[in-house]
Structures are given as structure tokens and as C-alpha cells.
Design a protein around this ligand. Structure first.
Ligand SMILES: [Zn+2]
Length: 281
């Protein structure tokens, strides 16, 4: 049994549509069994066995060590305002049946590496490489009890659906959920999903069920008035929602946040009926 991660990428995404990450360590999902039977309310996209009644977002402002000069002094207010907006949007869309709370890591996390380590030359695909390498560094340094930046609030919760949100001082917009597979090897998972093996990445993250990364400038509005929607769009990927537009052409199939509606500010968009139905609403 292995874990794999599905990330879908937006905006500049024309090439890579889907990336799967795997990890050989399957233990963490077992803690979720306790609420399998009672999961009648909101649940993971098309999967009633995973409750979304309570969601926790662990937020991090992450700055590669060679980008310290770009560290934004207003990052906390920007992050909090976007997290609050998302919380309210979620409560409204899920009709109060699913609660989001967040824990914002108190200080900027200065990366151990320079941006070229985290990024790839192909950041157009949403920068999934940064998502993976930053998430693994956070796992080691913050979530593990022996990490140099560990604090007690940042650990896998017992009865909430945990997600990490990385506000990155660099390019990127990506999000996805970590999935379990009965298969052991990337090549087998790739085959069963009908995707190339090169799209499978090994990921060593056990503390959360979903990951997203967005350029910090989306939070401040520097990248347009729909930055809050881009953040929210990536968040719903961490709950399993797919894109509502075609990756190759960019043509939208839906008008909501997962499709064309991601181009509007969050106050002027919504999740459509079909999406909500798949979340058990
Ligand atoms: Zn997307």
C-alpha cells in the first residue's frame, strides 16, 4: 500500500495537468477510521468515507534563503485576511455544515535552500516541484517533534481534515490531495491511472491530507483582484475537487470557482451545485 498525491495546476498551466506523488508509508490514514461510519455530512470529493466536517489549514509563509530581500513585512495581515475570507466563503457554500479553522505559523519560514532548489525551470505548470520540496521541508522542520522549528500546535490532528497552505515568496499556484493506493510502486499506480510514470513523485508527508502552494503576491492583490479566488481554488483541490476547465485549451466547463469563476474576486464567485453534491451536500 502506498500514498499518492494528486495536484492540479492552474493559471499558467498548459503542460502538466496532473501530478501524483507517492510515499511508501501508509500508516496515517488508519487514524481516520473512527468516523467512517458516521460520515454522513460533508465529505471528501466523491468519497463519503472521509469526513470534511472539520478542516484545519496549517498556513506558512515560506521564503527561499536567497529571497530574504523580498520578505514582505505585511505577510501576516495578508495571510490572515485571505484565510478569513476563505473561512467565510466555505461556511456559506457548505451551509455551515463544515468548519474551517487555521493555524498560521507565527514566523516566516526561511528555506534551507535557494529558490532554484525548490523551483524547476518549468514553473508554468504551477510549480509542483516547489510544492513537493517545501512540503517535505515543513514536514521535517515543523511537524516532526525533533524539527528545528517544531511547535506543539503543528501536528496531525485526531479528528480534523488537515491541509497545509504554503504562501510562497516565488512563482506558483498548485494544490491537491494525498490519496491512498493499494499498489506499492509508482509504475503500478501510473498504469492503473493511465498516466505516465514520470508524473509520479515520491512524497514524504504524513501530517496532512492535502497541500497547496500559492505565490504570496496572490494574497496581497499584487497579481490582480482575484488572488483570493486563486487561493480558494487551490484549497478546494486539497479537498479533491477537480478543475472546471480544460488544461490544454483553458476553456472553462463551469462558471464557478473551479472554472471561469476563479477569474473573479471571491466575493463574486461560488461553488456550483454539482461540485457541492460531490462533497455530500
Ligand atoms: Zn485548478
Amino acid at each position: 500500500m502506498a500514498k499518492y498525491f494528486i495536484a492540479t495546476f492552474i493559471l499558467l498551466a498548459l503542460g502538466i495537468a496532473v501530478v501524483y506523488f507517492t510515499s511508501g508509508v501508509p500508516s496515517v490514514e488508519k487514524t481516520d477510521v473512527s468516523f467512517l461510519a458516521s460520515a454522513t455530512g460533508p465529505h471528501f470529493f466523491q468519497d463519503p468515507s472521509r469526513s470534511l466536517k472539520n478542516i484545519v489549514i496549517f498556513g506558512f509563509y515560506f521564503v527561499p534563503k536567497n529571497k530574504l530581500i523580498h520578505l514582505n513585512g505585511d505577510w501576516r495581515a495578508q495571510a490572515e485576511s485571505n484565510l478569513e475570507k476563505l473561512k467565510n466563503f466555505h461556511a456559506l457554500q457548505f451551509r455551515g455544515k463544515s468548519q474551517v479553522r487555521y493555524e498560521l505559523y507565527p514566523d516566516p519560514v526561511i528555506g534551507r535552500e535557494e529558490n532554484l532548489f525548490y523551483d524547476t525551470e518549468i514553473t508554468q505548470g504551477g510549480n509542483p516541484r516547489a510544492l513537493i520540496s517545501v512540503a517535505e521541508e515543513l514536514e521535517k522542520r515543523i511537524f516532526k517533534p525533533d524539527g528545528d522549528l517544531h511547535t506543539p500546535n503543528f501536528k496531525r490532528p485526531a479528528d480534523e481534515y488537515p491541509v497545509s497552505a504554503i504562501f510562497y515568496e516565488g512563482v506558483g499556484a498548485a494544490g491537491g490531495a494525498i490519496q491512498d493506493s493499494q499498489l506499492n510502486f509508482p509504475v503500478e499506480i501510473a498504469e492503473s491511472l493511465g498516466i505516465p510514470e514520470s508524473a509520479i513523485f515520491i512524497l514524504d508527508v504524513e501530517s496532512v491530507n492535502g497541500l497547496l502552494l500559492v505565490n504570496r503576491e496572490y494574497l496581497s492583490g499584487e497579481r490582480g483582484p482575484n488572488g483570493d479566488s486563486i487561493f480558494a481554488h487551490e484549497f478546494y483541490h486539497t479537498l479533491g475537487a477537480p478543475d472546471g476547465y480544460a488544461h490544454e485549451s483553458g476553456i472553462a466547463g463551469t462558471s464557478d470557482l473551479m472554472g471561469l469563476g476563479r477569474m473573479r474576486p471571491l466575493a463574486h464567485t461560488y461553488l456550483d451545485k454539482e461540485t457541492l453534491k460531490s462533497f455530500g451536500l
